[in-house]
Structures are given as structure tokens and as C-alpha cells.
Design a protein around this ligand. Structure first.
Ligand code: FES
Length: 353
């Protein structure tokens, strides 16, 4: 069938949604809850498009905005993807999502790598109409509402692999939909709804890390002792070795696309403080030679084996839960990206860790 997008005719297949046609044709539409391969939930309302003709031949009387991620194609459908009305609606929806986040970016692990932050920048969300400022909250009811919201915030750091902070959650449902073990769902009801584990128990799963990978904000992140990692990498006394899972090179480069222009992974890791980089396949981690890496390098460098720090750079974050003795840290591509971001800022004197 044929549909019209921005006054141009495109081919579409029965059952397709407008967003997918646009993606295929290179027409950009912002999305936040939508994620390739996951069910479309239409909750963020950023992918709104304007219907010019719903396929009935009649022009809608009023502006008709619909989320393109669930809008099925139909013969004769005519839509517009950019207009003043669309922009205004997207900005309001973005501002509502952003309302809970404003002011928290500086300390967020996902700073500069957050999908919501990027869109807020793109749409120049500067006025916070939905956030009461200090001193503006006068009524008891408003205060109670804020306290009530706070009472539902869950910050969990007790499981070995994933940190959760529901304050940064935008309820996009990506984690709910991607988790193979169905560990996430909605708690509470109506406007009080929050994404969490059943009865907000400590997350206990196989820690495949898929939820962290798809989370668009800092609500789900890799757990680690970040300060200690930086100290170890910076220490002149210590010798840091990175076992680099061969699949990781591309993943790291993809993650740091907007942060660093450097494309040489050895240089990137050397800048972070790694003295030795060993590429390997995960199964080879079990080799005896690798298990004895600390003693071997301690001999070679004539230092105490406690001063040899061994990292495994891999997406397999479940290894954090059952770390082999000779490994000190497991680092995902996201954590490497975070280190690169912060090293850059430290060099510019913008932060001190
Ligand atoms: S991507 Fe369509 S509503 Fe979120």
C-alpha cells in the first residue's frame, strides 16, 4: 500500500506502524519508550505525528496527534512528522518526563549518555513549568504530595550487579518487557505507579544485564565500586591488566561515539590507566595461564602480587556475582564509557573524583 509522509509517497506493508516506515525511510522521529524488538507501549508520547488524512479521504477537523509507534498504516494515510503543534506537544511531554530529573544530571552515572537528557537538550527544555521551586511550595497539600512521591522512591544497591534508582525512572517499560525472567513490573496504582520488583524485594535474577542495557536513563545502572576503580587505575604503585572480551571493542566504540573521537581501543584503555591489554574469548578465561596472571606479572614487574589489578572487560555482568579469585573487577562497556567521560572531565578540571 501507499501512504503519504510529509507530502511524499512511500510504500508500506500491511500491519506496519508509521514509526517503522519512517525509520526505514530515514525520517527521524524522537522516541523514548520505543525500543527495537520490544512491544510498543506508547507511554512517552514523543513519537507523535499529525494525521492529515486518516485514510478516509477527509481532513480531520481538529489537529489529530497520534503516537506513531502504535499507529498502523492504512491505504491513503497522510501524516506529517514535524509541525509547530507536534513540536509543542513533544516539548510538553518531554518537560513532564524531565520534571523529575532536572538538577540530577551532574551526579548521575548516565550523564551525557542518557537518552532523556539528549532529547531535553535537543528540544531545548529550559523552563521547568512542572517543578515547584524552593520557596514556591507553600501549601500543605503540595508538601504532602512531594513527601508522598518520595516515599515511593526505591534506591537499591544490595544485589551484586545492578543499581536501581526509581527516582530516575520514566516508566518506559523497556526493562519490564526485556527481562527474560519477568523480574520487573508495576507497583502501586494510578498516578502512584512505579516500576519495581515484586514487593520491592532485592533484585535477584541471573543478571543478564539486558535491563541495564535498554534503560534510557540512570534508573538501572551497573553496580561497582567506582571510586576504588579510579584509585586503582590511577595508582602508580599498581599495575592494571585488562582482559578484553573480543566482542567488546565495537560495543565500547558505539557507547563513546558522542564522548570521544578516539577510535583506537588500545589508546583509549591506556589513557584510562591500563598498563596491559590482553584480548581473549570468554571461555579462555578459564586457562591456567590466565588464572596465574597475578603471580606471573608480579614476578615480571618485581612487585607484590596484591598490586596487580586484573579487570575483565565484558558485557557478562553476572560475573560480578561470582567473580573468580584472580579477577578484581568486571567492567561493562557502559562502565568503560563512564570512565572515559569522567577522565575527560578530570583532565579539563571540571570534576574531581
Ligand atoms: S515511542 Fe511512541 S510513545 Fe514512546
Amino acid at each position: 500500500m501507499q501512504i503519504k509522509i510529509n507530502n511524499k509517497i512511500y510504500k508500506a506493508k500491511e500491519g506496519e506502524v508509521v514509526l517503522d516506515v519512517c525509520k526505514r525511510e530515514g525520517i527521524r522521529i524522537p522516541t523514548l519508550c520505543g525500543f527495537e524488538g520490544l512491544p510498543r507501549e506508547a507511554v512517552c508520547r514523543l513519537c507523535l505525528v499529525e494525521i492529515e488524512n486518516a485514510g478516509t479521504g477527509l481532513k480531520p477537523v481538529r489537529t489529530n496527534l497520534q503516537p506513531s509507534c502504535v499507529l498502523k498504516v492504512k491505504e491513503g494515510l497522510e501524516i506529517i512528522t514535524e509541525s509547530e503543534d507536534i513540536n509543542k506537544a513533544r516539548r510538553i511531554n518531554l518537560e513532564l518526563l524531565w520534571a523529575d530529573h532536572a538538577g540530577k544530571c551532574a551526579t548521575c552515572k548516565k550523564n551525557q549518555m542518557c537518552e532523556l537528557q539528549k532529547l531535553a537538550e535537543e528540544y531545548k527544555i529550559e523552563n521547568f513549568h512542572f517543578i515547584p521551586r524552593k520557596g514556591e511550595i507553600t501549601g500543605i497539600e503540595e508538601l504532602d504530595l512531594i513527601r508522598d512521591n518520595w516515599s515511593r522512591v526505591v534506591v537499591e544497591n544490595e544485589n551484586p550487579c545492578i543499581s536501581r534508582n526509581s527516582e530516575l525512572c520514566i516508566e518506559c517499560k523497556r526493562c519490564v518487557n526485556i527481562c527474560p525472567e519477568k523480574k520487573f513490573g508495576f507497583n502501586h496504582r494510578g498516578s502512584d505507579i512505579v516500576v519495581g520488583t515484586p514487593y520491592e524485594k532485592v533484585l535477584d535474577c541471573s543478571f543478564c544485564g539486558k535491563c541495564v542495557e535498554v534503560c534510557p536513563t540512570g534508573a538501572l545502572t551497573d553496580k561497582n565500586d567506582y571510586k576504588k576503580i579510579i584509585e586503582d587505575l590511577d595508582s602508580l604503585k599498581k599495575f592494571s591488566i585488562a582482559f578484553l572480551d573480543v566482542e567488546m571493542e565495537k560495543k565500547i566504540l558505539d557507547k563513546i561515539e558522542k564522548i570521544s573521537a578516539e577510535k583506537n581501543i588500545d589508546k583509549i584503555l591506556a589513557n584510562l590507566g591500563f598498563e596491559k591489554i590482553i584480548r581473549l574469548k570468554e571461555e579462555n578465561l578459564e586457562d591456567e595461564m590466565i588464572k596465574n596472571i597475578k603471580t606471573e606479572y608480579a614476578k615480571q614487574k618485581k612487585i607484590n602480587s596484591n598490586d596487580i589489578v586484573v579487570f575483565f572487560i565484558s558485557s557478562k555482568i553476572y560475573k560480578k556475582a561470582k567473580k573468580d579469585k584472580y579477577l578484581d573487577y568486571i567492567l561493562s562497556e557502559r562502565e568503560v564509557a563512564r570512565l572515559i567521560r569522567d577522565k575527560e572531565k578530570m583532565r579539563e578540571g571540571k570534576i574531581h573524583l
